[in-house]
Design a protein around this ligand. Structure first.
Ligand SMILES: [Zn+2]
Length: 166
């Protein structure tokens, strides 16, 4: 167990996109004509957040926690996986200072969905919405993201030792 008060983590994830919606992103269902493909529900944003938290605590990665060879993880809800991870990391003595996330997708426009996504993540992690930054970038119509073949997300998180809180 570390004696450091703060620990930073970062997570990255990407998924292939296929025809047919909706797009599961940040724990909500975004109306779209493409969906992300994966063993679980393929929620790229929640996977990046989960990996950022695990990285900050040096507790492995999402693939170790939820192997894609395990039948129990097939189609699994990523909110449930993030909650399981965060419950454990909390028990190990951490709280979240803030999350800063970026989604990389050519479409759909995420502006009108950002608030709902932040609200879902805040409720799930029991933090304030102001502790969650969410930004969206397009792929500038080039590469797998720009051609709508893939979606990606990045997340940075800062954890604080709970015993350092007064
Ligand atoms: Zn993923």
């Amino acid at each position: 167990m570390t004696s450091h008060v703060f620990r930073v983590g970062n997570g990255h994830d990407s998924h292939r996109l296929a025809d047919g919606g909706p797009l599961v992103l940040g724990g909500i269902s975004v109306p779209h004509n493409r969906h992300s493909v994966g063993h679980s529900d393929a929620d790229v944003l929640l996977h990046a957040i989960t990996d950022a938290i695990l990285g900050a605590a040096a507790e492995g990665d999402i693939g170790e926690w939820f192997p894609d060879t395990a039948e129990v993880n097939r189609g699994r809800c990523s909110s449930e996986m993030l909650l399981e991870v965060w419950t454990t990391i909390q028990q190990h003595g951490y709280s979240i200072v803030n999350l800063d996330c970026t989604v990389f997708a050519q479409r759909p426009k995420l502006g009108s969905h950002k608030l709902k996504i932040r609200q879902h993540i805040a409720e799930l992690l029991k933090i304030e919405i102001t502790q969650i930054g969410l930004k969206a970038k397009t792929g500038e119509h080039v590469g797998p993201i720009g051609h709508e073949e893939a979606i990606a997300a990045h997340c940075a998180v800062l954890l604080q030792r709970t015993d350092s809180l007064v």
